[in-house]
Design a protein around this ligand. Structure first.
Ligand code: MG
Length: 380
């Protein structure tokens, strides 16, 4: 009996879902049998917190001395998950818009089934356009809750080997040359450095950095070079000076020009501002060698995971970036790091005081915590 195309798609879809369920089954089998029946959703608490920075932080766009973010706590059955909304003004996010988005999601969380976190996440994503940091905070808290309820770390829930977490870079912000040198010296424990460029003084910055270290460098131009010939000249000059990749050399919409640079460049060109979610990835495969995934701008861990698989299927390399944020967000991202090539998870290291502890860095290697869920400690 022949099947209509629609019936076939339905059956194939079920098959895929069954495969997904089978992948999660060993994790479920390890712990005690959990009650995964729905009896009401999450209770959500929102708190704002000011995070002071160790140094004023300057990139090509702006300067800041502190960050003020919303944090969420999702509680059910005496277990809670935590999330942080590290918002970004570039994407039209503010503390106010983040809180408004969290409030829009509140009824969905209160009435949804936490164990159906795929559907629950999809419903949260649909509350509005953008505002991904708010959606990420919710998804991080949900996944933390799932891991804690199953009593396993998130990396284990996803079937990942924590020892495969690669070395991370430590970022040096744009500053006076004296401060750049001081920051590079403070970064002694980190073997890979990421340098912010894209302003008038790129040559001066590289000279200052190279006067105090011969470490491998990665450069983030934050869309700073507006002309393709200039961008290529910069990239090749950097390649000749021990730089092994360049992030977002040109403005995000200049894909043809970036493709021109990529074809001629001798080191990988990685998209950051050009990519937010998985929907952006197919059109970038020609212009870039890889993409920078940030959980905060993807809208959460589930979407980040989808981005990783999509990028891999297109042959793209994966950088795992972050915002300047506490160890809560950074640790959430770090659970995905065994699937990535170039982690850049240092946003917590730039804080004067971190309200949470989680992932640690040793000789540049990311050490994931082995507690359940995110494995993050610290009070909400
Ligand atoms: Mg970047």
């Amino acid at each position: 009996m022949s099947m209509s195309r629609k019936e076939f798609m339905k059956t194939a879809g079920k098959g895929l879902m069954a495969a997904g369920a089978a992948a999660a089954a060993p994790a479920l089998a390890r712990g005690k049998k959990k009650n995964t029946q729905s009896n009401g959703g999450f209770k959500m608490e929102i708190k704002t917190r000011r995070l002071e920075l160790r140094h004023a932080w300057t990139i090509a766009r702006n300067t800041s001395t502190y960050k003020e973010y919303a944090f969420v706590k999702l509680e059910k059955d005496g277990i809670y998950g935590l999330g942080e909304a590290a918002h970004n003004v570039r994407y039209g996010e503010s503390l106010e818009s983040i809180i408004a988005t969290l409030e829009k999601a509140r009824p969905i969380l209160e009435h949804g089934d936490p164990w159906q976190f795929v559907d629950l996440n999809a419903a949260v994503q649909a509350v509005c356009e953008g505002q991904t940091a708010a959606k990420a905070a919710i998804d991080i808290a949900m996944m933390d809750w799932i891991g804690k309820s199953l009593e396993i770390p998130l990396y284990q829930f996803w079937g990942l080997d924590p020892k495969k977490a690669p070395r991370t870079t430590f970022s040096i912000g744009i500053d006076t040359m004296e401060m750049v040198k001081q920051k590079v010296e403070e970064a002694a424990p980190y073997p890979l450095l990421k340098i912010k460029m894209g302003k008038e003084n790129d040559e001066e910055i590289l000279e200052a950095v190279r006067s105090v270290t011969n470490k491998t460098l990665r450069v983030d131009a934050n869309e700073g070079w507006k002309d393709k010939e200039l961008a290529l000249r910069k990239v090749e000059w950097l390649a000749a000076n021990g730089v092994d990749l360049v992030e977002q050399p040109m403005p995000s919409q200049m894909l043809e020009e970036t493709a021109w640079v990529k074809e001629r460049a001798s080191i990988p060109i990685i998209a950051d501002e050009s990519v937010k979610t998985s929907a952006d990835i197919p059109k970038l495969a020609e212009a870039f060698d890889g993409i920078n995934i940030k959980v905060d701008k993807a809208g959460g861990l589930q979407e980040s995971l989808r981005m990783i698989w999509m990028a891999r299927s297109l042959g793209l390399k994966i950088m795992l970036g972050c915002m300047v944020s506490s160890s809560l967000s950074i640790t959430a991202a770090a659970h995905l790091s065994p699937l990535t090539d170039f982690p850049d998870l240092d946003g917590n290291l730039l804080l004067a005081q971190d309200p949470f502890t989680g992932v640690r860095v040793k000789d540049g290697w990311l050490i994931l915590p082995d507690g359940p869920g995110l494995g993050v400690k610290g009070s909400f």
